[in-house]
Design a protein around this ligand. Structure first.
Ligand SMILES: *Cc1c(COP(=O)(O)O)cnc(C)c1O
Length: 362
């Protein structure tokens, strides 16, 4: 297939903005007259040091990251942060609160149990993670060093519609599938982290944004590479950083600025998501998976009444160029991931296909 015939609804690695790919291609063999690619140059050299510094500044500008916070460019995916977060933060009291609202937050919850006493602050497993528990149902444990939650649940298509109030307990959030999709008030958080491959760039880059004053002694078992203070001191270059991913993130950030910044991105994402949710809400053929108040702008989950029809939907959609619409094996049905880079035409095209499929099979 030609690129122009395809809309890729993959949950991640996901689509990148076309202008970003074109710029990457144009600069791939010869970056700014250096005669080499960004993937070939020393991370200690002047050119790359400048790229990294600029990308950090761009991220600060686009997200409005306040003084006192440090963005880090690491590896290991969001999953390695499931370990790094407790290793660095739990030492103060030995305890932490975890909200479990989906598969990734459950993995984070389980991993954290290796490092301290973990209190289950809430779980939405009773309705197969189709909703987010309310503030007044959160059971905050005594002496928690931090509260961890996953802001957008990629697999089940739900999103926290409020920022939990935990008093003085620092908030830590996995924002892998919603970072850069709308403004986040960073000042409300102790730490944010995200694998880049949903909304920021290629896999292999993990972004951590940490408020430096929440860092105490990491647990003694913490590898040097996972010690945030060590990474802060070395500007994310304790070892070779994910150079190409950092460079590509810079281009994605330039594109976000061209799109009008995060407020504009949010409006665009809302408009796109609403088109698909409108199809679901005006149909008695499709069943929306996420409860209305907690719908994600990034991952739209739905199914039909039968698994056979779901399979047929995914197959016929793929024939029309609407790719990777099968839901995660834990959720079933379908999932349309519509991150920043998914163009409006992909969403309106999919909506038309959905209506057509309903007419033929409903
Ligand atoms: C994709 C995803 C992960 C896993 O990310 P990796 O980079 O593969 O480790 C974790 N949390 C959320 C919310 C995700 O969407």
């Amino acid at each position: 297939m030609e690129r122009s015939q395809v809309f890729n609804f993959s949950a991640g690695p996901a689509m990148l903005p076309e202008p970003v790919l074109e710029k990457t291609a144009a600069e791939l063999c010869n970056y700014h007259g250096t005669g080499m690619s960004v993937t070939e140059m020393s991370h200690r050299g002047k050119v790359f040091i400048q790229i990294a510094a600029e990308v950090e500044q761009k991220l600060r500008d686009v997200m409005g990251i306040p003084e006192g916070y440090k963005p880090l460019f690491l590896q290991g995916g969001a999953t390695l942060q499931f370990s790094a977060v407790p290793m660095n933060l739990i030492g103060k009291t030995g305890r932490a609160d975890y909200a479990v609202t989906g598969n990734f937050s459950n993995s984070a919850y389980k991993e954290a149990q290796r490092y301290g006493e973990i209190n289950l602050a809430c779980s939405s497993k009773d309705r197969n993670y189709s909703y987010i528990p309310a503030q007044d149902s959160l059971k905050l444990g005594p002496g928690a060093a931090y509260f961890h939650y996953c802001m957008n649940n990629t697999i089940f298509g739900t999103k926290w519609n409020y920022i939990p109030d935990t008093g003085d307990v620092p908030l830590v959030s996995d924002v892998s599938s919603c970072i850069l999709s709308e403004p986040i008030d960073v000042s409300r958080f102790g730490l944010l982290y995200a694998g880049a491959q949903k909304n920021m760039g290629p896999s292999g880059l993990t972004v951590v944004i940490v408020r430096e004053d929440i860092l105490g002694e990491p647990l003694p078992c913490t590898p040097g590479l996972l010690d945030y203070r060590n990474q802060i001191k070395n500007d994310s270059m304790v070892n070779t950083p994910p150079c190409f991913g950092i460079y590509l993130l810079g281009l994605v950030l330039d594109w976000v600025v061209e799109m009008g910044g995060l407020e504009a991105m949010k409006a665009y994402n809302k408009e796109k998501a609403q088109i698909l949710y409108d199809v679901l809400d005006t149909s008695d053929f499709y069943i929306a998976v996420a409860e209305k108040d907690f719908r994600s702008l990034m991952n739209v989950t739905f199914r039909t009444r039968s698994e056979e029809l779901d399979k047929q939907f995914v197959k016929e959609a793929a024939e029309k160029g609407f790719l990777t619409l099968a839901g995660h094996r834990l959720a079933g049905g379908m999932r349309a991931s519509i991150y920043n880079a998914m163009p409006m035409a992909g969403v309106t095209g999919l909506a038309a296909f959905m209506r057509d499929f309903e007419q033929k099979n409903g």
